[in-house]
Design a protein around this ligand. Sequence first.
Ligand code: PEP
Ligand code: MG
Length: 324
Amino acid sequence: ERERLLAQAQKPAITRDGHKVTVKANLELLDEIPLAIDFGAEGVGLFRTEYLYVVRKTLPGEEELFANYRQVVESLYPHTVTFRTLDLGGDKFAEELDLPAEINPALGLRAIRLCLKNPALFKVQLRALLRASAYGNVRIMFPLISGIEELREAKKFLQEVYLELKEEGFSIELPPCGAMIEIPTAVFIADHLAKEVDFFSIGTNDLIQYALAIDRGNEQVAHLYEPLHPGILRMIDYIVKAGHKAGIQVAMCGEMAGELLYLPLLIGFGFDELSMNPQSIPAIKDYICSLSFKKCRQLCEEVIDFSSAREVKEYLENWLGKEG
Ligand code: PEP
Ligand code: MG
């Protein structure tokens, strides 16, 4: 069975009625790339870039970052790598930055906020990413976007760095640029955000944390962390619709994307891309091939009007018994 799954995983994931969904890997390390390819990853939907910053005392410089990103890009070629810009703060720290302790780090100076407040830090990474983009297929996405000005400011840095590098003689193009949707305000202005980016990627780990006011690292409230809350499902539905209306692709890269239970819903909502732990890819691709897109859509239309997570879950499990 394992061999069958691995063989099947090398093929694209297409539903019984011909709807294709791209399945990619979430990665953090260069070493994980061969495994991801073996498991059938069609690229990297989320490359977390914090590793080189948190494992030591000093910040990495442009050359080191460039060498690392270039290797990632080359090893994955011709697949696309979606690099997420630094998501430090919250639960990940870089010693040299010496940030003050916060009472509410999840609501504090993290991710894009930290980068916009530290242009030097941000620009070094953007320079390395843009230089590496010349060696393969790269997309860049900004984490924890809450509004349009923040997104424009981040894009302005990217543009600035791009022009600087061109001036210095680097032969590069501006890669596609995306916003991670992880904050409820970003969900409800997704129609506006969609006009400014080439793609969305939903980070459900954070989106659910912020929408339900559940600290994702707090075991006391872990039982309340509920992806099937109808409020969460409505947000997801809204984001995909807003993205598609504007003609951009919509991905999910949070843990929710790698769970079989949620898959019929994600297919039904119409995601173009799902990105997950490499280990989850074979089973997810296999399951996609057994589903009907039309039936998944109907399922979504039904559950979107339910009033509780429990109702959604019961209906979904019953549906899986019949259709899955
Ligand atoms: C997320 O928030 O869902 C996500 C993919 O990013 P991270 O888990 O790294 O915050
Ligand atoms: Mg996140």
